[in-house]
Design a protein around this ligand. Structure first.
Ligand code: HEM
Length: 350
């Protein structure tokens, strides 16, 4: 009798895993219990996109990849990407919740992994503040130019060959920024590994002694980042001037908005946990993307000396060599603009 029950339960489990929950999804490789398709991410298909290429050849432009228990419908053809995510974008604005993320963020906070009203409110607020930095006050430009000046100095001081990826990542010697970069790199490395995917979906794996160490690495990097952000926010809180509407950075803008909502439950969506998560999201989304775009664009330019020559000519003609380029030069630098756009589209192709 017990055997029959066990057999029936196993039958139901595998029926669900192999057929029932896949029946309405695009085709894809067979998901295994617990790991889904993560078993496909072997060393010979690293880093990831080679695996997707293989799956595309096997199953066509739309297939399902099971990230542990999460079915990821993967669209690989640009016409279909355009059709779904641009023309029909409103139907695709949702994001999955990763249990480890919810555990570390202390809820569905932030922008990247939030949804519904919080996502709308926080996305709007972020766009408003970031735009504001670029408009009128030009705070953004001021900060970018400081970084560019530091970057040029770093290059000038470097004897021999320069590792531009490192230079783009961090030209300043701000200890906290370098620590952030280091933690962020470790975080990304871990997240891209199958073990990272497993912990993302099943944080409870950390209770098993043999796997405890992996979870500790994830926690150390991610929680460490959140603590860093909170510490800086608290330092800002100690000196903030609520009488003035001005703000000089995102954290200050957030804290002033929080103050306006202080009589609402959860401070109207402006909880300190939300601030920790938004800081994390803006760094995660903005750091690698920007430095990789710069890095790859530079590489493409170096591999095409005729392009480099034309850039020099335009810069010599329009700017000269005795001053730094600013945003107001943008409209005069057609060739440089076209090169940047070309770099942006090229780097998205494997
Ligand atoms: C060249 C640089 C960048 C590239 C290629 C890039 C690319 C992307 C892509 C492909 C998405 C996903 C969009 C989607 O799922 O609909 C995204 C989302 C996002 N990016 Fe960027 N990004 C860049 C720079 C930045 C910067 C500098 C920041 C922050 C200051 C940033 C913040 C975000 C945020 C917060 C999201 C999530 C938006 C949401 O969920 O509504 N990104 N980015």
């Amino acid at each position: 009798m017990i055997l029959l029950i066990i057999f029936s339960l196993l039958f139901l489990y595998f029926f669900d895993l192999f057929y029932w929950k896949r029946r309405n999804l695009p085709p894809g490789p067979l998901p295994l219990p617990l790991v889904g398709n993560l078993y496909l991410m072997t060393d010979d298909v690293k880093p990831g996109y080679k695996m997707y290429e293989k799956l595309k050849q096997q199953y066509g432009p739309i297939f399902t990849f099971w990230l542990a228990k999460l079915p990821m419908v993967t669209v690989t053809d640009w016409k279909l990407i355009k059709q779904h995510f641009i023309k029909d974008g409103a139907n695709y604005v949702g994001r999955p919740e990763f249990p480890i993320s919810i555990e570390i963020r202390k809820g569905a906070f932030g922008i990247i992994e939030s949804h519904g009203d919080r996502w709308i409110q926080q996305r709007r607020f972020a766009l408003h503040i970031l735009r504001d930095f670029g408009l009128g006050k030009n705070l953004m430009e001021e900060k970018v130019l400081n970084e560019v000046t530091a970057m040029i100095e770093t290059i000038k001081k470097s004897p021999g060959d320069v590792d531009m990826q490192n230079v783009f990542d961090a030209s300043t010697n701000m200890a906290e920024f370098l620590e952030l970069k280091d933690r962020m790199n470790k975080h990304f490395k871990m997240a891209a590994e199958p073990i990272g995917g497993l912990f993302g979906m099943y944080p409870w794996l950390g209770y098993f002694p043999i796997l405890k160490g992996f979870k500790e690495v994830v926690m150390k990097n991610w929680v460490g980042l959140m603590e860093m952000f909170r510490k800086q926010a608290e330092e800002k809180l100690a000196t903030i001037d609520y009488d003035s509407d001005e703000y000089s950075d995102y954290v200050e803008a957030f804290l002033k908005e929080r103050k306006k909502h202080e009589n609402e439950p959860g401070y109207g969506g402006f909880e300190m946990e939300q601030l920790d998560s938004v800081c994390f999201d803006l760094w995660v989304a903005g750091m690698e993307t920007t430095s990789n775009t710069l890095y790859w664009s530079l590489l493409y330019v170096l591999l095409n000396p005729e392009v480099l020559k034309k850039i020099y000519e335009e810069l010599d003609q329009k700017i000269g060599s005795d001053r730094i380029i600013t945003t107001s030069d943008r409209n005069n630098l057609n060739y440089v603009n076209a090169t940047i756009k070309g770099g942006q589209s090229l780097k998205n192709r494997p």
